[in-house]
Write a protein that binds this ligand. Structure first.
Ligand code: NAP
Length: 315
């Protein structure tokens, strides 16, 4: 059958968005399976005019040069740290993302991790499952009370603000830091002041050259003793080795949906720490959210291929 061009989708996507592409005459190659090796990505991208990558696919100049006809990289994510934006710009390739539709789902997961760490939910589940639950005791698995606790948000964008809204409902006091203060009803602090005064610190900045290891060893140990770190943004924001040390005494706990490296290899010291609650990068993993992300990626891709300005451009 005649095709108007090949689109590589690096994982199968939920919902019917890809059908829409096929109906328009595109030859959609959606990779089935959990992994796509670098070699396979390089091979499969050949001949593509459009690419829908996930956060786990490194899309650099080498990938782009395998597909000289490539016009658009429509990321299935918010956060484009996996794409070499300069290389795309130099080749006239548009890059888009899926902002907004995953804000609430990611904020929900942030709160899930926050609650799990503060109230030691994972430890409690483990305790019960192992058959250790034999009595009620006033001092069993004591955690952090959230009412009145200070939540420090680093990066008060879409997700940061959605987290703040939820935290207020739990009676937390919200403070934040970022590049510039915003017209919001929360105190704006320097990063240093926020780390020193927050009971919980939650990260919501993109991963860039500027924010790589933003939470380094010094800053981890500058956090309030007995406080909690939550990261649902990107693993590269935190020095993992230093975090392991900080979790062995200085911090109360950490909730991580993203890690560095990612995935965390089996046997990594973080897995052995009862006060680290780790989820496998499922921040946006609500069914409706993931379907909406697919629709948005396809809308962006089609816009570029049909000569229109994409709704969510990055480059
Ligand atoms: P957003 O609306 O662009 O918000 C990002 C915020 O970070 C903005 O307020 C921005 O400040 C701030 N920021 C940027 N650079 C900074 C720096 N150097 N220092 C301090 N603050 C800085 O993005 P979003 O939709 O909330 O998403 C945030 C991040 O979450 C994404 O980039 C992605 O990495 C991550 N994420 C993870 C998942 C997951 O599955 N776990 C899902 C979705 C997103 P300005 O307001 O001044 O620009």
């Amino acid at each position: 059958m005649f095709s108007v061009g090949k689109i590589l989708v690096t994982r199968s996507l939920p919902g019917s968005a890809l059908e829409h592409l096929r109906e328009r005459g595109y030859r959609v190659e959606a990779h089935e399976g959990l992994f796509l090796s670098r070699e396979d990505l390089l091979k499969k991208v050949e001949g593509a005019i459009g690419l829908i990558p996930t956060v786990k696919d490194r899309v650099d100049a080498e990938v782009m040069d395998r597909a000289p006809g490539l016009k658009v990289i429509a990321c299935y994510s918010v956060g484009v740290d996996h794409v070499d934006l300069e290389a795309a710009k130099a080749r006239g390739i548009r890059v888009t993302q899926t902002p907004g539709v995953l804000t609430e789902a990611t904020a929900d997961l942030t709160l899930a991790l926050l609650l799990a760490v503060a109230r030691r939910v994972a430890e409690g589940v483990d305790y019960a499952r192992k058959g250790l639950w034999q009595a009620w005791h006033p001092e069993l698995l004591l955690g952090m009370d959230l009412e009145g606790a200070t939540l420090g948000i680093v990066g008060m964008g879409r997700i940061g603000q959605a987290v703040a809204k939820r935290a207020e409902a739990f009676g937390m006091r919200v403070v934040y830091t970022g590049r510039t203060p915003k017209p919001l009803p929360y105190p704006y602090l320097s990063l240093e002041a926020l780390l020193a005064t927050s009971d919980i610190v939650s990260l919501h900045t993109p991963l860039t050259l500027e924010t790589h290891r933003l939470i380094n060893r010094e800053r981890l140990f500058a956090m309030k003793p007995g406080s909690i770190l939550i990261n649902t943004a990107r693993g590269g924001l935190v020095d993992t080795e230093a975090l392991v040390e900080a979790l062995r005494g200085h911090l109360f706990g950490a909730g991580l949906d993203v890690t560095d490296p990612e995935p965390l290899p089996r046997g990594h010291p973080l897995y052995a720490l009862p006060n680290a609650v780790i989820t496998p990068h499922i921040g946006s993993a609500g069914r409706r959210t993931r379907e909406r992300m697919a629709e948005m990626a396809v809308e962006n891709l089609l816009a570029v291929l049909e000569g229109r300005e994409p709704p969510n451009p990055v480059v």
